[in-house]
Design a protein around this ligand. Structure first.
Ligand code: HEC
Ligand code: HEC
Length: 357
């Protein structure tokens, strides 16, 4: 009974509300609805298209256009028929499935760590900024910065066997296999002239940061964006046949050794920026430059096989600035050579070379 009386009072008071007040409320409500529709439209847009929104833990790098004159590998269906073509195809097969022939269960020899050349030279060396072989053949033979000797293309291949594939022995440089790899690489670089400036060649050189790359921050990147494939201990994932990797190892005893190109941060950072997580491209990278540098620092601070490199780099002027083992001509520490900042080292190196020449 009491409740009923209360309701009556409420109705009465509403009825006595002046008309202009009701109009005001209606106009206000319309405003709120219009603002809400506009906002939800903006929020519904895909993240990348929204400007000015940065998720602190997950920055989305901008997409980058690929210029029309970027390097393109020749189409596979242009590999000729017959003997010459057979060698090219065999070379391609060896680069893509190296472990099958030379790994721990290799059918030709048991010499390498189970990785494939293609694990680092993506798409059999055809991908732009995927550590491709575009300009390899045209630039060889050349004087090696490391040994100071004129190096033949076949010898350069054995260097990746010894370091990236941590091989205990290398295939015979005049054997059928190395010849086939060279046949494929020549076919791949057939349109590239010596010294030609190619967009997309080998690996992108990222701009140097002003500070050192940080392995601790890199660990967070690794856990968020790499470990689901490469494993929490960087061990990779072997296929069921135990012959080859589905996801290759990033460190540990089956990974590249500390004399390999990937052990140098500038190579690693440029590689992951354009290619990792798997499926990334120059056009659509998934890491910021900073994340790429940091994750490189983390991975390369983990244990891996050691290579005796005391005979390397006779000419210290030619030693890459990110090579993490001394001696150096400059006074920067091994730590700074390994993680940066690189700008001061680069400048010091330039000054030294200018003085000597
Ligand atoms: C762990 C990654 C990795 C693996 C596996 C690997 N490479 Fe490499 N390779 C590199 C990197 C990084 C460079 C660039 C090195 C540098 O500039 O110092 C390179 C450079 C080369 C070059 C020189 C390219 C040029 O344009 O000068 C050749 C040729 C090559 N690799 C062949 C091979 C072959 C053949 C295999 C397999 C037997 C192989 N690589 C396996 C990482 C790898
Ligand atoms: C979706 C799975 C996946 C994710 C995620 C991923 N990778 Fe990879 N990664 C691969 C595969 C597959 C290859 C070998 C590619 C091939 O053989 O064609 C590879 C190759 C590599 C290589 C060269 C080979 C080696 O083992 O040294 C490096 C270095 C690498 N990844 C680093 C990273 C880093 C750093 C991240 C995180 C930022 C990452 N990857 C995330 C699948 C992945």
């Amino acid at each position: 009974m009491k409740d009923q009386q209360k309701d009556v009072r409420l109705v009465k008071s509403a009825g006595s509300m002046p008309r202009y007040a009701i109009y005001c409320i209606l106009i206000g409500l319309t405003g709120v609805i219009i603002t809400f529709i506009a906002l939800s439209h903006e929020l519904g847009k895909p993240l990348v298209k929204r400007k000015g929104i940065e998720l602190k833990s997950n920055l989305i790098p901008a997409s980058r256009p690929v210029p029309a004159n970027a390097w393109k590998a020749p189409a596979e269906n242009t590999i000729p028929a017959g003997k010459a073509g057979d060698a090219i195809r065999y070379g391609r097969e060896l680069l893509a499935h190296t472990a099958k022939y030379f790994g721990p269960k290799g059918t030709i020899a048991v010499i390498s760590n189970g990785m494939n050349c293609q694990n680092c030279h993506l798409d059999a060396g055809k991908k732009i900024f995927g550590n491709n072989y575009a300009s390899f053949i045209s630039s060889y033979p050349k004087r090696s910065n490391r040994s100071g000797r004129i190096t033949l293309p076949a010898e350069r291949i054995t260097e990746c066997f010894e370091r990236s594939l941590a091989a205990i022995k290398t295939p015979d440089t005049s054997g059928k296999e190395i010849k086939a790899m060279l046949a494929y690489m020549s076919w791949l670089g057939q349109n590239v002239k010596k010294g030609q400036n190619l967009f997309g060649n080998a690996t992108e050189k990222l701009a140097f940061m002003n500070h050192a790359a940080d392995p601790v921050k890199g660990k967070s990147v690794f856990l968020a964006k790499c470990q689901k494939c490469h494993g929490v201990s960087g061990e990779g994932l072997l296929a069921a046949d135990k012959v080859t990797y589905i996801y290759p190892p990033l460190w540990g005893k089956h990974s590249y050794n500390d004399g390999a190109g990937m052990y140098r941060l500038i190579n690693f950072a440029g590689f992951v920026k354009n290619n990792m997580p798997y499926g990334s491209t120059y056009q659509n990278p998934q890491l910021t430059d900073e994340e790429a540098w940091n994750v490189s620092a983390f991975v390369n601070s983990q244990p891996r096989p050691h290579k005796d490199q005391r005979m390397d780099w006779n000419d210290l002027k030619k030693k890459p600035i990110d090579f993490p083992f001394g001696p150096y001509l400059d006074t920067f520490s091994e730590k700074q050579h390994k993680y940066g900042p690189y700008k001061p080292i680069k400048e010091a190196q330039k000054a030294l070379i200018d003085k000597k020449s």
